[in-house]
Design a protein around this ligand. Structure first.
Ligand SMILES: Cc1cc2nc3c(=O)[nH]c(=O)nc-3n(C[C@H](O)[C@H](O)[C@H](O)COP(=O)(O)OP(=O)(O)OC[C@H]3O[C@@H](n4cnc5c(N)ncnc54)[C@H](O)[C@@H]3O)c2cc1C
Ligand SMILES: *[C@@H]1O[C@H](CO)[C@@H](O)[C@H](O)[C@H]1NC(C)=O
Ligand SMILES: *[C@@H]1O[C@H](CO)[C@@H](O)[C@H](O)[C@H]1NC(C)=O
Ligand SMILES: *[C@@H]1O[C@H](CO)[C@@H](O)[C@H](O)[C@H]1NC(C)=O
Ligand SMILES: *[C@@H]1O[C@H](CO)[C@@H](O)[C@H](O)[C@H]1NC(C)=O
Ligand SMILES: *[C@@H]1O[C@H](CO)[C@@H](O)[C@H](O)[C@H]1NC(C)=O
Ligand SMILES: *[C@@H]1O[C@H](CO)[C@@H](O)[C@H](O)[C@H]1NC(C)=O
Ligand SMILES: *[C@@H]1O[C@H](CO)[C@@H](O)[C@H](O)[C@H]1NC(C)=O
Length: 598
């Protein structure tokens, strides 16, 4: 559903006394920048804010997309699902997925200030402590451990009351959350009819689905109430939390509608190539501009575009670059490899309800009334996302797959799969039926062992890179998704539903044997939009990683990667919180390394 607004929006909005967004490279002030940040997404916005906090650093951010004020639906939590396939989406698709019956699936990525945090579903999920400890272990950097990073995550948060002001006692543990950080987070701002029902259904199956007061404590296991990057009924994005508050600074410039097409090899230091320049343009046929930087170029273009830019710049696997006649400057074989993503399967049941969000999707006068309420005072159903409770669950230790496959989770507090509940129909392959009311329990595989790639299609930055997340390509992944469907079925069969659940919808009803469940998964699953790992971090001395623990591209001087690309293993969580935390850490490292590195 798209809800149209009648309101005049300029592409360049003066925001404070001085601050402007430049939308033409020719109008940038002529000055020497110390740092250039490529991409104003989750990580890039954090860096823009932190690096420009020191008045001595002159910082330029270059963002391919437009300002985040071009789409009035961006701030409205409920309308998050309307933001894909718009001007603020790169509109990527995957190559045919062999694990998904050769389907080509949509692969949205935000293309605007805030990046994907301006189009995402706002789930705030810090992830298991075990994930952080594994990142510390595999990179040999104790600075990434939960002990070191938990205070960072906490410092990012500003826990605020939910939009409806309800008493959240018993739904969240406020003691573990930050209260003075830039990212407003809150519990659900509108309690749907489904919420108490999910918790009651869980309470009848306590052994398998224990209640967890706060899934963000470092131990996410169990069923809990969800938390969102939402404050005062509005989306918190990297743009609202980090970038816009810094725009009034004289030492920060932001250039929008401009794509970086290459990072430039500008010299050599002690035999190592230096990359302290960038090339950019506003279209494939427009003028090409270049700029050099004093200190560093920081790539924050996200897990798809960062490896693409590295390869276009001569940093990648030599054999692959040679195919496109790109001269290899740094032979870095893992660029674009190790792509990991979560696989989501929306399982749907018919429910005996007098109202679900299906009604909102079908009846524009209901939608209009909710929209008017949101515009009036940012309350009501549109002040929250369509997702409700959340669950994080493990396969049993005795699962037969562990006879042959090593447990891919990061530790005993880390889930293998996730449940996401919603009071609505949901499907990637089918239209919402014209009648009936539904509930969804999505099964989301969060420890996939499949590994995919981002490669080049050509030597042109204007050709979308082939993306192959290789979803459901391993025995473990198929086993885990099958078990996650069975678990969702057990949950839906809880006596606690009191005749609310009528029965499984569509294919789910007939999928019973393992072969049928597998076929159902391959026919219906898609991505939950969490690609990571394509420029992975590894220890200082390993050659099987792209960046070192200081986020510096190995084999290069003056170039870092700070974004979702650097995770060596995908978080068993919705990744934005960990990305913000990694970017905060990178900013501290950059600020403290400044004297020693140049
Ligand atoms: C539909 C959707 C729903 C999601 N839901 C959730 C959720 O509920 N919770 C959660 O935690 N995570 C969610 N995510 C994932 C999360 O938003 C991303 O993982 C996160 O934003 C990635 O951060 P990043 O900094 O790596 O990249 P991004 O935030 O994607 O930012 C990259 C930026 O770089 C820009 N850029 C790219 N190439 C260039 C170039 N060549 N020149 C200039 N600029 C460039 C892009 O336009 C973009 O603005 C969702 C993502 C999507 C797409
Ligand atoms: C994505 O697709 C939509 C709908 O077709 C289109 O309006 C938009 O311009 C596209 N986005 C980009 C970045 O090309
Ligand atoms: C919220 O509810 C709890 C338990 O029901 C109660 O102890 C507490 O006083 C309430 N808080 C407010 C602010 O009303
Ligand atoms: C950037 O640096 C390179 C190498 O030092 C130089 O050749 C080039 O002219 C510089 N470009 C600009 C725009 O200053
Ligand atoms: C839409 O909802 C309104 C308000 O509940 C109701 O009066 C109207 O009959 C509904 N329209 C349709 C087509 O169902
Ligand atoms: C918000 O507006 C709605 C109607 O538009 C009203 O019913 C509600 O009481 C208002 N809430 C607050 C907190 O002002
Ligand atoms: C639907 O729920 C109502 C109570 O809310 C109950 O009276 C009715 O029997 C239920 N219908 C079915 C088909 O279970
Ligand atoms: C890297 O260094 C660590 C510790 O210093 C050492 O244990 C490891 O063997 C080294 N690895 C390689 C590939 O040299």
């Amino acid at each position: 559903m798209r809800v149209a607004f009648l309101c005049a929006l300029g592409v360049i909005l003066p925001l404070r006394a001085r601050a402007v967004l430049y939308d033409n490279p020719a109008s940038l002030p002529k000055r020497q920048y110390d740092y250039m940040i490529i991409g104003a997404g989750a990580a890039g916005s954090v860096l823009a804010n932190r690096l420009s906090a020191s008045p001595h650093n002159v910082v330029l951010v270059i963002e391919a997309g437009p300002s985040d004020n071009v789409d009035p639906n961006i701030p409205i939590p409920f309308l998050c699902t309307t933001l894909t396939n718009t001007v603020v989406d790169w509109n990527y698709t995957t190559v045919p997925q062999t694990g998904l019956d050769n389907r080509v699936i949509a692969y949205p990525r935000g293309k605007t200030l805030g990046g994907s945090t301006s189009i995402n579903y706002m789930v705030w999920s810090r992830g298991p402590s075990d994930d952080y400890d594994r990142w510390a272990r595999v990179t040999r950097d104790p600075g990434l451990s939960w002990e070191s990073m938990e205070p960072v995550v906490k410092s990012i948060e500003r826990l605020v009351p939910p939009a409806d002001g309800h008493n959240t006692t018993g739904q969240i543990d406020p003691r573990i959350h930050g209260t003075s950080g830039p990212v407003q987070i809150s519990s659900q701002g509108f309690r749907a009819d489904l919420d108490p029902r999910v918790l009651k259904a869980a309470s009848h199956l306590k052994h398998e689905f224990p209640f967890n007061l706060d899934v963000n404590s470092g131990n996410p296991l169990g069923i809990g109430c969800n938390q969102f990057a939402v404050g005062e009924g509005r989306r918190t994005s990297a743009a609202t939390a980090y970038l816009r508050p810094a725009l009034s600074r004289h030492n920060l410039d932001v250039l929008v509608n401009t794509q970086v097409t290459k990072v430039l090899h500008t010299g050599t230091r002690e035999g190592v190539p230096v990359f302290k320049g960038v090339e950019f343009a506003q279209s494939a046929t427009g003028p090409v501009h270049t700029l050099n930087v004093t200190n560093e170029v920081i790539l924050s273009a996200g897990a798809v575009n960062t490896p693409q830019l590295l390869m276009l710049s001569g940093i990648g696997e030599k054999v692959h670059l040679r195919k496109f006649k790109i001269k290899t400057i740094v032979n870095s074989p893992m660029v674009g490899k190790n792509l990991q993503d979560h696989v989501v399967l929306p399982n749907v049941w018919s429910v005996n309800a007098t109202f679900t969000f299906d009604d909102v999707a079908r009846n524009s006068s209901i939608a209009q009334a909710y929209l008017s309420q949101w515009i009036a005072n940012q309350t009501g159903p549109f002040a929250t996302t369509p997702n409700e409770e959340i669950g994080w669950l493990r396969l049993p230790r005795s699962a037969s797959i562990f006879d042959t496959v090593r447990d891919p989770s990061s530790g005993p507090h880390s889930p293998h799969y996730e449940f996401i509940f919603a009071e609505s129909f949901a499907s990637f392959v089918e239209q919402r039926p014209a009648t009936g009311r539904y509930m969804m329990i999505a099964s989301n595989l969060v420890t996939p062992t499949s590994r995919g790639t981002v490669t080049l299609r050509s030597d042109s930055p204007w050709h979308a890179p082939p993306i192959d997340p290789a979803l459901l390509n391993t025995d473990f992944d198929i086993f885990a998704i099958r078990e996650a469907i069975k678990a969702a079925k057990r949950f839906a069969a809880s006596p606690g539903w009191d005749r609310y659940v009528i029965g499984p919808f569509g294919d789910l009803a007939t999928a019973k044997t393992d072969a049928e469940l597998e076929a159902y998964a391959r026919r219906n699953a898609a991505t939950v939009f969490h690609p990571v790992g394509t420029a992975a971090m590894g220890p200082e001395n390993s050659s099987s990683s792209v960046v070192d623990p200081h986020f510096v591209v190995k084999g290069a001087v003056g170039l870092r990667v700070v974004d979702a690309s650097v995770f060596p293993f995908i978080p068993a969580a919705h990744p934005q919180a960990a990305i913000y935390a990694f970017a905060e850490r990178a900013a501290s490292l950059i600020l403290s390394s400044k004297l020693s590195s140049y």
